[in-house]
Design a protein around this ligand. Structure first.
Ligand code: TXA
Ligand code: MG
Length: 349
């Protein structure tokens, strides 16, 4: 399949949105920017279009898709038994990086929800995403626009790398602001439960709806036998090609340990990539050192993380070592993705 690649510039938004809307209405697939990561969109109420999304990504069919809407009221077009909390969260955080899980109605096909009776809904903030949803007149099912298991795409070149030839169109709107997927909160249980941490933190949610809990698998650093409630969270994810290990602990010992491991690797004739904070980056001796930003700046680390993981693939490194970063606020979501990318390989020093 030939993939149309269109870059947004000053004057062509209307034309691109109109072409993409046509494709979506005909049951095709379009990758588009959201404020979190690029999404791979198809008609959420058309089980065939949903099927094409799974095929393009190579995604297991039990892993449900998020349905994107362009106005809050559309919640009632997709869900039943909507609790007050859902409207409060929508008022507080939409448009924005929050996904809400509710009971689905009969219009939403099981092909979109991975066979579940619940549906994940989000109203994104990115202006191109909002325009596309409202102009196409459909609800857009969109997982992250990466091949299953690969780091989520935060730049159009990442989408092109994974999806060219597999989908109808890619809309390039440059690098994405947040860079980490939305927070997912399940409202079908007594206490709202965070199934995936993101930019909207637990305390931000609690300010609006009171007590909120975590799915235990989200905050556990080690592999657990428990099944995460978001089916997608159980898969090895965000994985770069080389094995990634996180080194955590006292800063001086972290730098020392990373340099020692890189030297050992070099002695075997192998190449090491290092994910470094701005504070430490000049202290590392290795082939490829990539800086994600200051240790205090979790927004910068989040925005850079998936790009850095993909960049190491192109540098053909044999091993990747990363500092651990603070887990305050949005830092929890950033470390959640880093730990999954490492397949839980963590060394404490
Ligand atoms: O920021 C985002 O959420 C991006 C952009 C494109 O909106 N989308 C995204 O979709 O990250 P995806 O498919 O890569 O991740 C969706 C996650 C998966 O872990 C899936 O298992 C979970 O949401 N999920 C979807 N529907 C669910 C449901 N009904 N119950 C539990 N988990 C659900
Ligand atoms: Mg994904």
């Amino acid at each position: 399949m030939e993939t149309i690649i269109s870059s947004i510039d000053d004057g062509n938004l209307d034309e691109i949105v109109s072409e993409a809307s046509d494709i979506l209405r005909r049951g095709g697939l379009v990758a588009f920017p959201t404020e979190t990561v690029y999404g791979l969109g198809g008609n959420a109420l058309d089980a065939d279009a949903a099927g094409k999304i799974y095929a393009a990504k190579g995604r297991p069919s039990d892993n449900p898709l998020i349905v994107h809407i362009s106005k809050k009221e559309d919640l009632s077009e997709l869900a039943v038994d909507i609790p007050d909390m859902a409207w409060k969260l929508a008022d507080a955080f939409w448009p924005g990086p929050l996904t809400i899980i509710l009971k689905k109605n009969d219009k939403v096909p099981y092909g979109t929800t991975g066979g579940l009776d619940t549906v994940a809904i989000r109203m994104p903030k990115h202006p191109v995403a909002l325009r596309l949803i409202s102009e196409s007149g459909i609800y857009i099912a969109a997982p992250s626009a990466n091949l299953s298991g690969r780091p989520s795409p935060t730049r159009a070149e990442h989408v092109i790398e994974d999806m060219q030839g597999r989908i109808d169109m890619i809309i390039d709107a440059g690098p994405i602001e947040i860079g980490v997927e939305s927070t997912i909160v399940d409202l079908t249980v007594d206490t709202p439960m965070i199934l995936r941490p993101g930019f909207v933190t637990k305390s931000m949610l609690e300010d609006v709806v009171g007590d909120v809990c975590f799915d235990q698998t989200v905050i556990s650093h080690s592999m657990t036998k428990d099944r995460p409630k978001a089916p997608g969270m159980k898969y090895r994810h965000y994985a770069p090609k080389a094995q990634l290990t996180i080194i955590e602990g006292d800063n001086e010992r972290v730098v020392e340990k990373i340099n020692a491991m890189a030297a050992e690797n070099a002695a075997k004739g192998k190449k090491t990539g290092i994910i470094a904070s701005a504070e430490n980056s000049a202290r590392y001796k290795a082939d490829c050192v990539m800086t994600v930003g200051s240790r205090q700046d979790e927004e910068s680390i989040g925005a850079m993380l998936f790009h850095v993981l993909r960049s190491f693939d192109h540098m053909d490194v044999d091993m990747i070592l990363s500092e651990g970063f603070p887990e305050d606020d949005f830092g929890l979501a950033v470390m959640n993705r880093l730990i999954k990318a490492a397949g839980h390989s963590i060394i404490q020093v």
